[in-house]
Design a protein around this ligand. Structure first.
Ligand code: RP5
Length: 172
């Protein structure tokens, strides 16, 4: 599938770049895209492999800020070097999603290789396969300078609270 096909719009500049090491990560990473769609935040989604397409990774990370991206969500499994390497190149915040790939060591390989970054090169790491949270965190970053997204986040949080409160009432 062409990159263009995976953009939620070809006309609006994406604010969030969702990248992943392999198309096999897509079933996990799709939840981040779903969140951004819900918040009407323009994003792009594509495969960038630190190991199989290293030059593409460097080009992507170098160009990201000038293309208008504000935050990058990077998911990878196994020896998951993509989020850290992208964070080493771009000044943009990078949210790392450890993906539990089929040949992983229960996902610990992905978690530790994304989480254990050296001082000076932070990656905001979410839980294993937690790309939904990566999408929400990206939305919170966008909301810092976007009142509409901020309002949507406040509504989203209120609806979560309401749904939990309703369940509690039901249990009583
Ligand atoms: C990583 O290796 C990818 O992020 C993926 O999670 C894992 C397996 O990739 P495939 O062999 O399925 O392409 O680089």
């Amino acid at each position: 599938m062409a990159d263009r096909d995976l953009q939620n719009t070809a006309l609006i500049t994406p604010l969030v770049g969702i990248i992943m090491g392999s198309d096999s990560d897509l079933p996990v990473m799709k939840a981040a895209a779903d969140v951004l769609k819900d918040f009407a935040i323009p994003f792009e989604l594509t495969v960038v492999s630190a190991h199989r397409t290293p030059l593409r990774m460097v080009e992507y990370a170098k160009a990201a800020r000038e293309r208008g991206l504000k935050v990058i969500i990077a998911g990878a499994g196994g020896a998951a070097h993509l989020p850290g390497m992208v964070a080493a190149i771009t000044p943009l915040p990078v949210i790392g999603v450890p993906v539990k790939s089929s040949n992983s060591i229960d996902g610990w390989d992905s978690i530790l290789s994304i989480l254990q970054m050296p001082n000076g090169v932070p990656v905001a790491t979410v839980a294993l396969n937690a790309s939904k949270n990566a999408g929400i965190l990206a939305a919170k970053m966008i909301a810092l300078s976007d009142e509409v997204v901020s309002r949507k986040l406040i509504d989203f949080m209120a609806s979560q609270e309401k749904s939990v409160n309703e369940k509690i009432t039901f249990l009583l």
